[in-house]
Design a protein around this ligand. Structure first.
Ligand code: 5GP
Ligand code: MN
Length: 349
């Protein structure tokens, strides 16, 4: 029977807690997987949980659907991560043999790309820990809380609820800090609560150096990336009448600046820094995937989660979501601009 934990974690009821404890009471083969194109919260939460489970003698593996940006490749334990796309056979065997699978930072099996089939056929019990909207019902235990800053904060709570806060060492603290830092936009998004700051305070007490982690993640520009940002900003289109700004990047432009994974991270946010703009989008052509990857951001009540879900096969949070388009860049942008007319009232200031 599936248990849905749509609650603040501190209020997890004893039945649910007992079940988690029971599932973890003896060493198990465990797989931990975050969403495709893993970000700081995805990698951070997976590795935090991995360290914790290993401390408790589980045989745990982090398997990510595909590669992730270099600016995350210092996180403790990162060298042990299996990348499914590059290690299919061994990953499939591990998934098949797993007794327990944690899915972190997503809530819909379509978000794990080529791993979806293996997960649908897996015999393991699933535990979801996630803060996105509209969780699917595939896990035995669904820990879902859309008010949370990050899955990393939820993993902190998870460990605390199991009575193991003392086992959060410096390595685990560094993993958790990374995801909270990146998912809150350096503690500035509205999901940053007093509790978030208390968790951060505890992580600092565990010995992390927040400033150094910030540098490792954000001070990693290359000349190519800055020039690509220049191009992106040059391509920015501002539609004041819809309070909207969007950026396009064609594959040829990405090639021109030797695009590396993660190079476009954060570009979408620039649109929102303009006065009178509450909706920002970036459209990025991806030759390998054969579609246009879209990121949406908003300020205030306009739900980009719903916008992405209803129009671009995507989803996410109220103020940050993603999606895709199988049309050409021109047609995608045309469609997007037509949609703005439909959403005009919601976009009025
Ligand atoms: P980003 O724009 O940074 O890729 O993603 C913003 C948020 O939306 C993240 O929380 C991410 O997990 C979610 N997201 C991104 N792309 C998709 C998508 O295609 N489908 C769904 N459901 N969520 C997405
Ligand atoms: Mn997240």
């Amino acid at each position: 029977m599936a248990i849905l934990l749509n609650c603040i974690f501190a209020r997890m009821n004893s039945e649910e807690l007992q079940l988690v404890k029971k599932l973890l009471s003896e060493p198990k083969s465990i797989v931990i997987t975050p969403h495709k194109n893993p970000d700081g919260d995805a990698v951070g939460s997976s590795l935090a949980l991995w360290h914790y489970l290993r401390q408790n003698n589980h045989k745990a593996h982090v398997i990510v659907p595909n590669d992730f940006p270099k600016f995350l490749k210092w996180i403790p334990g990162v060298d042990e991560i299996l990348i499914f796309d590059k290690n299919k056979e061994v990953s499939l065997t591990i998934i098949e043999e797993a007794e327990l699978i944690f899915t972190l930072d997503f809530n819909d099996l379509r978000r794990i790309g080529g791993m979806q089939g293996a997960f649908e056929n897996a015999k393991a019990d699933f535990i979801m820990i996630d803060h996105h909207q509209a969780p699917h019902d595939y896990a035995r235990i669904t820990i879902s809380d859309v008010s949370m800053s990050s899955t990393c904060e939820m993993v902190y709570n998870f460990i605390e609820n199991l009575g193991d806060r003392d086992s959060i060492d410096k390595k685990i603290a560094e993993c958790i800090y990374t995801g909270i830092l990146t998912d809150t936009g350096s503690f500035k998004y509205p999901s940053t609560s007093s509790r978030t700051h208390r968790v951060i305070a505890d992580l600092i007490d565990k010995g992390i150096n927040g400033s150094s982690i910030h540098q490792k993640i954000f001070d990693t520009n290359t000349p190519d990336r800055l020039h690509l940002l220049g191009r992106a900003l040059n391509n920015l289109v501002i539609l004041q009448e819809y309070s909207t700004a969007y950026i396009t990047l064609q594959q040829a432009e990405m090639d021109e600046f030797n695009f590396k994974k993660g190079d476009t991270e954060g570009f979408v946010n620039y649109g929102l820094t303009l006065e009178g703009i509450i909706f920002a989008a970036i459209f990025i052509e991806n030759r390998d995937e054969g579609y246009i990857k879209i990121s949406f951001r908003s300020q205030g009540d306009f739900s980009v989660n719903e916008f992405a879900r209803d129009n671009f096969s995507g989803g996410g949070h109220t103020n940050a979501a993603g999606g895709r388009s199988d049309l050409s860049m021109n047609d995608t942008v045309k469609r997007f601009r037509q949609l703005l007319e439909e959403y005009k009232e919601q976009l009025a200031l």
